[in-house]
Design a binder for this molecule. Sequence first.
Ligand code: NAP
Length: 486
Amino acid sequence: MKRLRLETHIRNFINGHYHEPINGMRVDLIEPATGKVYGSRPESSAADVNLAVRAAEEAFPAWSSCGINTRYAIMNRMADLITANSELLVEAESMDNGKPRSLARLVDIPRAEDNIRFFATAIRHDASEAYNMEMGAINYTLRQPIGVVGCISPWNLPLYLFTWKIAPALASGNCVIAKPSEITPLTASLLAQIAAEAGLPHGVLNIIHGSGPAAGQPIIEHPKIKAISFTGGTATGKRIAATAAPMFKKLSLELGGKNPNLIFADSDLEKAIKTTLKSSFANQGQICLCGSRIFIERSIYDEFKERFVKKVAAMTVGDPKDEASNLGALVSEPHLEKVLSYVQLAKDEGGTILTGGERVQFKGDLAGGYFMRPTVIEGLPHTARVNCEEIFGPVVSLIPFDTEEDAIMMANATEYGLSSTVWTSDVSRAHRVADQLHAGIVWVNCWLLRDLRTPFGGVKSSGVGREGGYEALRFFTEPKNVCIKY
Ligand code: NAP
């Protein structure tokens, strides 16, 4: 199995070839753990997107009609190449994003491989519906690929989310124009090598690098790109919807969150605390599914607080390469500043910082890195800005509640509705609360336990549409009903 080359002079991948951006513009890439430049990427424009769309259009007839077994075989080879090069991908993801290598090894890279294999296999089990009519007619539904589609992903789980979109799009027979986040393009550029090596025909997957306004917006605006799968912030999602909706594009928008954890007095507190540490601070709190508002039943509030804060204070912030690091660096300096500004806001709003709250300044190689202590706040009402706005960093807030109704009311009191976590040993309560939470995903006595067959997405300002399993295959196909009278 071929070894990939780690190239830090990143280029676009169009029609099976590597290209400099047509405008010649490049931007430096910075390693979050050191603050130092490690490479550069294209700042592409509409001209590169146009070139990619032409290639994708040409590739579409053959790719959409080559048959599921061919697509299955090529995509499985892509998954095999991820497995064969997993350690290189782990190192690249960690260097680019700042996340601990241990996390990339456990979550990001295995999941990228799984995304591709899952959808490669899913198309072999897919079926469409048929409806017989008593008057002597039968309807059946064809699900046909859309054509050229756009996939745009954020920086927090770079290869994981990039492949989560690209895999169902390709498996369904579409050709893809994909843009990773401008600040974490490294593993996406390795995916180009993987596609080429696996024998994906030229033009089927095109990867354009660049910022949202310069390279992302032309993807949204391009009239030949018929569907957009986007994951990112709610403000960007609104902008994308405003551009794409009047063009009647299909849209899947996976957006921000401000997820609640509800911890009832009847829960297994040891398990709840252990998992809440992860749901609060995994990937430096930069996972859309992290729980940042922790509601605790008042009778156990003090005990939870004492035990939780002690464990948070003992977490290790350090070199992402170091196996002992629980948290690595935040993704960029502006993002670190944004997160720290919310700690200041918490103080201004009258909150108390129980632990953390400050930047970590290392010496030596890591002196310029964007590190921060995991932070726990208390004493703010559920309506405070800190408890309503998405911070997307290692900052959580503790809030006591008295009744189940109060907990549900406060959990639902934000504009977001992505995921929720409930801790209880009362089965009836688990069902009752899950039913009433405004969220696309509810975890009970667990967190981030993912079955790729399940629908994934949010309600309210957390998004429109669902990814995962057949939902994703349906998004990337157009249903056509055929009615035959016999
Ligand atoms: P972002 O700023 O919205 O960017 C996401 C992607 O969109 C990036 O590739 C970005 O390019 C691109 N983009 C920006 N403006 C665009 C435009 N006008 N047209 C087309 N593309 C454009 O989000 P982020 O800061 O990277 O990621 C963090 C956010 O993602 C958080 O809000 C988090 O909750 C959310 N998220 C949601 C989920 C979910 O499944 N619901 C999962 C992960 C993350 P640039 O590279 O220039 O930014």
